[in-house]
Design a binder for this molecule. Structure first.
Ligand code: AMP
Ligand code: ZN
Length: 438
């Protein structure tokens, strides 16, 4: 059992063979835990897996069927609970907008494991004792807020549990308590900046060093924009409530992909049509198995998130593989006149243009038999003069560059700052008037 006793520092730098041995040990435990739940007892019935002894190698995981969000809903409320209820000390539920929520139960040991992963993630971005951590993610059933809270405290940061919204108060806290580190959605970071001057603040009032941004897809251009506007480093943070929440994968200070903590998560990527595993380096849907949770085991969870596993070692020395930034969710993909388009592709084009403001919205509707894509975006107030030439040329540039990337000719509408709806939680970037909202 030596393998389960690694110190965190050690586990981040284990050689691949030792890491795989640790994963196998933990996978066996997890399968055994899963078999104690009504859901997996039934699900594994026809697979020949009746105990952990039937798992000999990591590849044996492929005998286990995938678990989907619908499965978790079906198991509501207790179908995936694997301990006595009085062992559970916390529950979280998904932010799903429709139907039955999905519930995750944590024992104290589960929370301790999660906290350790968040300490590790925060350290990877350079956070340390003495930093002031203003947590602008929503606290509640959603895991974004509370998820990093305990790890930040354990690391010794001063934690300001500000939660989301109330932009004026956020600025006051940032100034009065010399916040060094913000945790927020990228869309909220952009919103924050757009209100700064009007609320009477400037960058000189603050002591900001970094932002941890996540909970929603965003492009490299948006990261760059946040870094330039605030003159800080911004690190991508990925997680989902089914796999605890934030700290599934995190960027280190190299900022080249997110380390996925493989001692805690077994990583697969699959082709979203054939559902067969794809090789590292090939884009696919991320499938995760949590290896260190006893309250709610989840095996081979189809996250719907599209990414690519990067097998090359990172120069920071951590040996866990990295994943590329999430391109989007498979269910975010728009099909416009037969062409597959991810909102992140459009974001990439517009956010690298300096004239573009901090908010945008993509609308799709039917015009006759055809689909019509319209990009609404805010631009600086200074562009709205009597002379419309600048606006006109910006519009043409957006149209041309979007067309070059996705082959679809969009309509573009430019608006003054503050025109589009403010995004406080996970940003809604697409209104599909053909019947779906993302
Ligand atoms: P929830 O379980 O409600 O916290 O939502 C988790 C989902 O948010 C993930 O499956 C992703 O689709 C999305 N998400 C979280 N973090 C990121 C990130 N850094 N980049 C892109 N999408 C993210
Ligand atoms: Zn690294």
């Amino acid at each position: 059992m030596k393998h389960d006793l690694y110190e965190d520092q050690e586990v981040e730098r284990l050689d691949r063979e030792a890491l795989k041995a640790l994963q196998l040990l933990r996978l066996k435990k997890t399968v055994s835990t899963a078999l104690s739940t009504p859901f997996y007892k039934k699900r594994l019935k026809d697979t020949g897996i009746t105990s952990a002894k039937d798992i000999h190698t990591l590849e044996d995981i492929r005998k286990i069927p995938y678990t989907t969000k619908d499965d978790l809903r079906e198991a509501y409320p207790y179908g995936l609970l694997s301990v006595e209820l009085d062992e559970v000390v916390r529950m979280h539920a998904s932010s799903g907008t429709t139907g039955t929520p999905t519930v995750i139960y944590h024992t104290q040991a589960d929370l301790d494991n999660w906290t350790n992963l968040t300490v590790r993630s925060l350290k990877a971005t350079g956070c340390h004792k003495g930093d002031v951590f203003q947590n602008m993610m929503t606290y509640g059933l959603f895991t974004g807020g509370i998820g990093l809270h305990y790890g930040a405290e354990k690391l010794g940061m001063l934690v300001i549990p500000a939660s989301s919204g109330n932009t004026k108060r956020q600025f006051q806290l940032m100034k009065d308590f010399k916040t060094t580190t913000i945790h927020a959605t990228p869309s909220y970071m952009l919103h924050l900046y757009s209100r700064m001057e009007e609320l009477g603040y400037s960058l000189k009032d603050f002591n900001l060093k970094r932002a941890l941004i996540g909970a929603e897809p965003h492009s490299e251009e948006v990261r760059q924009k946040i870094e330039d506007l605030f003159q800080i480093d911004a690190y991508n943070s990925y997680g989902l409530s089914e796999m605890n929440g934030p700290s599934v994968a995190f960027e280190c200070t190299e900022k080249k992909g997110m380390h996925i903590w493989e001692d805690a998560y077994y990583v697969e990527t699959i082709d979203r049509n054939s559902l067969e595993p794809v090789a590292d380096g090939t884009e696919g849907e991320l499938v995760l198995t949590i290896l260190v949770r006893t309250g709610t085991p989840i095996l081979r969870y189809r996250t719907k998130d599209l990414t690519t596993v990067m097998p090359e070692p990172c120069s920071c020395g951590r040996t866990s593989r990295r994943i590329t930034r999430i391109k989007g969710r498979t269910d975010d993909m728009l099909i416009i006149n037969g062409v597959n388009v991810f909102p992140s592709q459009i974001e990439e084009v517009i956010m690298k243009m300096p004239e573009i403001g901090n908010n945008y919205l993509i609308k799709v509707k039917k015009e006759g038999t055809l689909d019509r894509l319209t990009i609404h975006t805010e631009v600086g107030a200074e562009l709205f003069t009597d002379d419309a030439r600048d606006l006109y040329s910006l519009k043409s540039r957006i149209k041309e560059e979007v067309k070059a990337l996705i082959t679809i000719n969009p309509a573009v509408e430019l608006h003054e700052p503050g025109f589009l709806p403010v995004q406080l939680g996970k940003a809604i970037r697409v209104e599909d008037e053909r019947g779906q909202v993302y």
